[in-house]
Ligand binder design. Structure first.
Ligand SMILES: Cc1cc2nc3c(=O)[nH]c(=O)nc-3n(C[C@H](O)[C@H](O)[C@H](O)COP(=O)(O)OP(=O)(O)OC[C@H]3O[C@@H](n4cnc5c(N)ncnc54)[C@H](O)[C@@H]3O)c2cc1C
Length: 380
C-alpha cells in the first residue's frame, strides 16, 4: 500500500511543500510506494506580494497569476476542490465535490484572508490592497487623487508584517513624484503604542516617519468607518477624518480546521512552534498563515516551514523519524520608496535589525518578484 501525503491549500506553503517532497521522493513515487496529493479550492495561484504595487500602477495583474498545474513538479497530483471536514479518527478529508480522501499524513496550508465585513462601514468607506479587487479599486481611486488627508490603518494580525509600512513609504514618494505631496497629509494609525509590533522595526519606522512628515497615531484599533462623514473611529475612541482611507482589514483563517474540531473555536490552528504538529495529532501538521504561531504571516515563513516539514515528511514516508525543527525563521524585504529597499531577518530568539535602505536591495526584491515561481517549484 502506498503511503499517502495529503496537502490542503495550493498557495505558497502548500505548493512548496508538495513540490519539495515530490522531488525528494521521486523514485518512491514512481514505484507506487508514496502518493502526494495537493487539494486546492483555487486552480490559479496569486503572488500576493505583487498586490502592493498594483495601486501605484507598477505591476499588471496578469503578471501575478499562474495556473496551479503549471507550478507542480512531476509526482504531485492536484485536485481542484475544497476540503470541508477532517476526521482524524478515520484519517479522511471530505470535500465539497463529494470526495472522501484518505491520508497517512495531512498538512494544512490553508492560509488567511481578509474579513472586510467585520468593520462596519469599511466596505463602503474604505480601500485596501490585500485582495485583487481591492488593489484594482485603489489604483482607480489613486489615479484621481489630487491631495487631501490619507489615513492608513492596520489591524493585527495581518499578512506580511511590513506591507502597511511599505505602502506608506510608496505613497509618500508617489505623491512627491506627482507633485502633490505638499497637498497630502499622511497619517499612519497602528493598534499598539508604536509603529510596528517588533520594537526595532517600530523605532526605525518612527524615525522614517519623522523625516518624511508622516503622522503616527498609536493605540488605534479600528472599530468602524462612517462613509458619509468620511471618518474612521478606533476602539479607544479616537476619530480621524479622511479624504482617502486605506485599511489592512482584520484577518481570519479558513474554517476547515475549526469546523473539524481542531482549533477549540478559533480559526487559527494550534501548532507546535518547532515540529509544526497540530494539537495532539502526530500525523497532522500546519504551515504558513494558517497557524496560530507567534511568527509573521509571510510567504518566507511558509517557505522556511515547508523546508523543515518536507524534510521530516520525507523521513516519515520512508519509515524514518522526524528530526528537523523550525526555529521561527522569517525574512522580509521592505520597500522604503520607489527605488530603495531594506530587509529584516529574524527568528524566535534573534530580533531583527533594520539596515539603511539601498537601491541594490530594491533591485533584489524586484528580481525575487520575477523568480518567485521557481521558488514554488523548489528549484531555488
Ligand atoms: C499585499 C500583500 C503583500 C505581501 N508581501 C509579502 C512579502 O513581501 N513577503 C512575504 O514573505 N510575504 C508577503 N505577503 C504574505 C504572503 O503572501 C502570505 O503570507 C503567503 O501567501 C502565505 O502562504 P500560505 O501557503 O500560508 O497561504 P496562501 O498562499 O494564502 O495559500 C492558501 C491557499 O489555501 C486555499 N484554501 C484555503 N482553505 C482551503 C480549503 N478548505 N480547501 C482547499 N483549499 C483551501 C486558499 O484558497 C489558498 O489558495 C504579502 C501578502 C499580501 C496580501
Amino acid at each position: 500500500m502506498a503511503k499517502e501525503l495529503l496537502v490542503v491549500g495550493a498557495g505558497t506553503g502548500g505548493l512548496m511543500l508538495s513540490n519539495q517532497v515530490a522531488r525528494q521522493l521521486a523514485r518512491e513515487i514512481a514505484r507506487g510506494e508514496v502518493r502526494v496529493t495537493l487539494l486546492g479550492d483555487r486552480d490559479e495561484y496569486l503572488y500576493q506580494p505583487g498586490l502592493l504595487y498594483i495601486p501605484f500602477g507598477r505591476v499588471q495583474l496578469q503578471d501575478l497569476i499562474r495556473p496551479v498545474r503549471d507550478l507542480l513538479v512531476p509526482g504531485v497530483t492536484f485536485l481542484h476542490d475544497r476540503a470541508e471536514r477532517i476526521d482524524p479518527e478515520t484519517r479522511t478529508v471530505t470535500t465539497r465535490g463529494g470526495r472522501r480522501l484518505t491520508y497517512d499524513y495531512l498538512v494544512l496550508a490553508t492560509g488567511s484572508h481578509v474579513d472586510v465585513a467585520q468593520v462596519p462601514g469599511l466596505a463602503e468607506g474604505g480601500h485596501w490592497f490585500y485582495t485583487v479587487d481591492g488593489a484594482l479599486r485603489l489604483r482607480e481611486t489613486l489615479a484621481r487623487f489630487s491631495g487631501g488627508r490619507v489615513v492608513i490603518a492596520a489591524g493585527l494580525p495581518h499578512k506580511c508584517p511590513v506591507a502597511p509600512l511599505e505602502f506608506t513609504f510608496l505613497l509618500d514618494e508617489w505623491t512627491r513624484e506627482r507633485g502633490i505631496r505638499d497637498k497630502t497629509e499622511i497619517v499612519y494609525a497602528f493598534p499598539l503604542g508604536r509603529a510596528h509590533s517588533i520594537e526595532s522595526v517600530a523605532d526605525w519606522a518612527a524615525a522614517e516617519f519623522e523625516k518624511r512628515g508622516i503622522r503616527l497615531e498609536t493605540f488605534f484599533n479600528l472599530e468602524s468607518v462612517d462613509p458619509v462623514k468620511q471618518e474612521v473611529t478606533s476602539l479607544e475612541g479616537t476619530t480621524l477624518g479622511y479624504d482617502l482611507l486605506v485599511v489592512i482589514p482584520p484577518h481570519r483563517g479558513d474554517t476547515l480546521a475549526r469546523d473539524s474540531g481542531l482549533t477549540g473555536g478559533d480559526t487559527w490552528i494550534p501548532t507546535d512552534r518547532h515540529t509544526l504538529q497540530v494539537g495532539p495529532y502526530d500525523n497532522i501538521f500546519a504551515i504558513g498563515d494558517a497557524t496560530g504561531l507567534p511568527v509573521s504571516k509571510a510567504g518566507s515563513v511558509a517557505h522556511f516551514q515547508a523546508e523543515v516539514l518536507a524534510a521530516n515528511l520525507v523521513s516519515l514516508l520512508t519509515g524514518g523519524s522526524p528530526s528537523h525543527r523550525y526555529n521561527g525563521k522569517a525574512f522580509c524585504f521592505i520597500e522604503t520608496g520607489l527605488d530603495r529597499a531594506t530587509y529584516i531577518t529574524f527568528d524566535y530568539t534573534h530580533p531583527p535589525q533594520v539596515t539603511p535602505p539601498t537601491r541594490w536591495v530594491h533591485l533584489l526584491k524586484q528580481a525575487y518578484n520575477r523568480i518567485h515561481w521557481l521558488n514554488l517549484k523548489a528549484v531555488l
